[in-house]
Unconditional design. Structure first.
Length: 182
């Protein structure tokens, strides 16, 4: 698990919950946090952790329950897992290779109930520098099947919602060549 010094304390806690570490251990053994979270920007003192966990619970990203032995357990909710997956999509980068004569067209039709995933996919495609032909159609001269597949898995999108087409002929080819400096 990689924890950046510039990340918010809440995001650090979410990432720890995301890898399945039990926060009740940290609450029960204050010294344990030093070993688990080396290099974080803020010391994981009990008061700051409790305050952050309360905010995550209020936002619906985490929930609490008490075990039979009295230990308090904190877990990510489904919304918390989705929020974390959208955050983690920032760690996937597109490798820019030399133009091989093919255009890669990414197109998608993601249902309304997965709106957050759809918007996160759009943001990522723009961040990679893909050209937007239409609202749900993006083009790049770089192979991107693997990276788009990773995003599809990360956002839990069905196989029939996102596609990558490899083609030699594409509309607006001269505009695209100029856009990508080819």
């Amino acid at each position: 698990m990689k924890v950046s010094l510039s990340e918010s304390f809440s995001m650090q806690v979410l990432k720890v919950l995301g890898v399945g570490l039990a926060v009740f251990v940290i609450l029960a053994a204050p010294g344990a946090s030093q070993y688990i979270l080396k290099g974080t920007q803020k010391a994981w003192d009990k008061r700051a952790l409790n305050r952050t966990l309360g905010r995550l619970r209020k936002r619906g990203l985490a929930h609490f329950f008490q075990r039979k032995d009295g230990a308090l357990v904190v877990e990510l909710t489904e919304n918390g897992r989705k929020y974390l997956s959208i955050y983690r999509s920032g760690e996937i980068e597109l490798e820019h290779k030399r133009f091989d004569g093919y255009w890669y067209v990414v197109f998608f039709d993601i249902p309304e109930f997965q709106k957050r995933a759809r918007e996160a996919l759009r943001r990522k495609l723009r961040a990679w520098g893909l050209y937007r032909l239409q609202r749900s159609v993006y083009v790049t001269p770089c192979p991107c099947e693997k990276e788009v597949g990773l995003l599809k898995n990360l956002f839990e999108l069905a196989d029939d919602t996102v596609f990558v087409l490899k083609t030699k002929v594409i509309p607006k080819q001269e505009l695209l060549r100029k856009y990508f400096s080819l």
